[in-house]
Design a protein around this ligand. Structure first.
Ligand code: ZN
Length: 297
């Protein structure tokens, strides 16, 4: 019997790695099924599939450091043809993403700044106790990885750089982050950081999308001692539910709902992230209201 062929790349996994001799850590991610799932649900054209792939990879890389339950959201907002592009990743390694073009039928290029227009990039860490930490940077580069690297140069004390690649069907990302001083003196830390960043800058999109993680790290850092940790599976999932969406509708208030139901026997709504359609009758919403939402009557 012929064994099943090994995939050429790692599909939908994230892996942490450490440099044994330096104060630097890394994360590496590959996404394929997740990009396909997100893009099929949204019916996005290829330039937006590429952007969403990079946003998904970035959110997954940045969420790897979550110390507790929470979600990391990477979002670009502006006044251009695509005023909103965003992806989030939870501590449970679930990913989702959306793009909101003004005109879904219009063609678009692959320059992030041109797509989103005058605006900004934000990275938000939301924790379960409603705590939120948000950092903002202007959108000054055509590529998300460069915008994020700029964001970190402004907001983080520890140097952090990202390299992202996507082709519309798959996405990949690499993150390097300096760790608090442990093994090296300041001069050696600075030299090492520059050296590792220069090596990572030689990555091509084909290598990022085509090489398995261990081969990519060997190709970049073959003279260094790198410890690669076990892969963590990541994938698309949405946190929406009939209970959550019904609860949100009930908060519109009795008058607004009564008016809606004069025009239709059922309210139909769609989750903005996964495009799942939910339908509610007045009776279902009354039950929802009784279960804890706002009073319907
Ligand atoms: Zn959903």
């Amino acid at each position: 019997m012929t064994p099943a062929p090994m995939p050429a790349t790692d599909a939908d996994i994230r892996q942490r790695f450490l440099f044994e001799d330096y104060d630097v850590r890394g994360e590496i991610i590959s996404l394929r099924g997740t990009v396909a799932e997100v893009c099929a649900r949204g019916g996005y054209p290829r330039p937006l599939r590429i952007q969403l792939g990079e946003f998904l990879a970035a959110a997954a890389l940045l969420s790897a450091n979550l110390k507790s339950a929470g979600t990391v959201t990477v979002q670009a907002r502006g006044d251009g043809p695509v005023p909103l592009l965003m992806a989030d990743c939870s501590d449970r390694h679930t990913l989702r993403a959306i793009a909101r073009p003004r005109d879904p039928a219009a063609g678009c290029g692959d320059d992030l700044r041109a797509l989103v227009g005058q605006g900004h990039l934000s990275v938000t860490v939301a924790l379960p106790d409603r705590q939120r930490h948000q950092g903002i940077a202007p959108l000054e580069h055509p590529r998300l990885a460069d915008c994020l690297s700029e964001y970190f140069s402004r907001s983080e004390q520890l140097p952090t750089r990202l390299w992202l690649a996507a082709d519309g069907d798959a996405a990949a990302g690499l993150l390097l982050q300096a760790l608090p001083a442990q093994r090296q003196d300041p001069a050696a830390r600075a030299r090492t950081w520059e050296h590792l960043v220069a090596l990572a800058d030689t990555l091509t999109p084909d290598e990022q999308l085509g090489l398995r993680h261990e081969n990519l790290l060997r190709r970049l850092f073959h003279q260094e001692r790198v410890r690669l940790f076990d892969p963590v599976p990541v994938g698309f999932a949405c946190s929406c539910s009939a209970a959550r969406i019904g609860g949100a509708i009930v908060t519109l208030g009795a008058d607004a709902l009564a008016e809606l139901f004069t025009a239709t026997p059922e309210i139909e709504t769609q989750c903005q992230f996964c495009h799942q359609v939910y339908r509610f009758t007045p009776a279902q919403l009354s039950a929802r209201a009784l279960a804890g939402g706002a009073p319907l009557h």
